[in-house]
Design a protein around this ligand. Structure first.
Ligand code: NAP
Length: 338
């Protein structure tokens, strides 16, 4: 059997994963540390059976049209809003992703953001380094806000939202959530309370966005929603930038509708250095690193490669985005590895 040809859009941080790829496949690897351009992507997928991509690679109709032999797209991420799954499915292309293995790292980062914005950690660190710490201790110096015992609102109580809620129990928080459907098992386990989106926004001291980005959730948090939040409340977004209307958020911060924000994701990434969001002291910005731990990124790499190889071996991958594809092209027809 000839080895399947695959395009890997970035080197992955797992020796095991890279070794497996080269063992079973004829690998075309983008050796650069930047994502391929759209033209490069189109050029490289032309003769490929498989594609291992990142969330920065937009796999749209043009890319799919350029890849008539493509059987599997394995993304090194849990989000798959960068892939036109509907078009892929029509063409009998299996789309796989990496849920679960990054949940705890992302929930930890969410909490790092929440605590940092509430207790002004970044500002405080800068103050010490820049010499603004002049008086040893003062009753009203650098006051933040309490976290313990407050109300947490979670928008999207999926894997990550639930892991965030689990951590909130240790902070004795009242936990509200909004989701497109009630999660009775989590309600029972963690005592979280279901509310409408508006109620979550109105009642919470911290609002965490952990919902998936879809056509329905695009700009789900706009001017109307931000105006519903308490002026003392904080918004934390670790999901996808486009769930929040950035212009509305900037206005909310300028006009004090909310107390601050902590963001790991943005509508425009990388966020330009002079973006309006960078001028607020009460905003914490991290460069889309919520899953960025050595252990987690290695687990993601292993899973992304296992998913890709499973499909090419004609086996059901652990995490398939589009199970309906099996009716269009059964696994036996995409099998290339014995
Ligand atoms: P998940 O388990 O699928 O959770 C998403 C939740 O959103 C689910 O409970 C889902 O409900 C709910 N939902 C879907 N559509 C909705 C709608 N229209 N209105 C309200 N709720 C809706 O995914 P996850 O693993 O927790 O990840 C969530 C997202 O986080 C990913 O999609 C990704 O974009 C983002 N993420 C970001 C980073 C980062 O580096 N910053 C890392 C990992 C993930 P159902 O279960 O009923 O569909």
């Amino acid at each position: 059997m000839v080895k399947p040809k695959i395009y890997v859009t970035r080197k992955l941080p797992s020796e095991r994963a890279m070794k497996l790829l080269f063992e079973y496949c004829d690998v075309d690897l983008n050796e650069e540390s930047r994502p391929p351009t759209k033209e490069e992507l189109i050029e490289h997928v032309k003769d490929k059976d498989g594609l291992l991509c990142l969330l920065t690679d937009k796999i749209d109709k043009d890319v799919l049209d350029a890849a008539p032999k493509l059987k599997v797209i394995s993304t090194y991420s849990v989000g798959y809003d960068h892939i036109d799954v509907e078009e892929a499915t029509k063409r009998g292309i299996y789309v796989t992703y990496t849920p679960g293995v990054l949940t705890d790292a992302v929930a930890d980062h969410t909490w790092a953001l929440l605590l940092a914005v509430a207790r002004r950690l970044v500002e405080a660190d800068q103050c010490v380094r820049q010499g603004c710490w002049k008086i040893a201790w003062a009753p009203d110096f650098m006051l933040g806000t309490d976290v313990y015992g407050k109300t947490l609102g979670i928008i999207g109580l999926g894997r990550i939202g639930t892991a965030v809620a689990r951590r909130a129990k240790g902070f004795n928080m009242r936990i509200l959530y909004y989701d497109k459907e009630r999660k009775l098992d989590v309600e029972k386990e963690l005592g979280v309370e279901f509310r409408s989106l508006d109620e979550v926004l109105k009642e919470s001291d911290f609002v965490v966005i952990s919902v998936v980005l879809t056509k329905e959730t695009y700009h789900m948090i706009g001017e109307r929603e931000l105006r519903l939040m308490k002026p003392t409340a904080y918004l934390i977004n670790i999901a996808r930038g486009a769930i929040v209307d950035t212009n509305a958020l900037v206005k909310a911060l300028e006009e004090g509708w909310i107390a601050g924000a902590a963001l790991d994701v943005f509508e425009e990434e990388p966020l330009p250095k002079d973006h309006p969001l960078t001028k607020f002291k009460n905003v914490i910005l991290t460069p889309h690193i919520a899953s960025a731990t050595t252990e987690t990124r290695a687990r993601m790499a292993d899973l992304a490669v296992d998913n890709l190889l499973s499909v090419l071996k004609g086996e059901m991958p652990k995490h398939l985005v589009n199970p309906e594809v099996t009716k269009i092209r059964p696994l036996s027809e995409v099998k290339m590895i014995e």
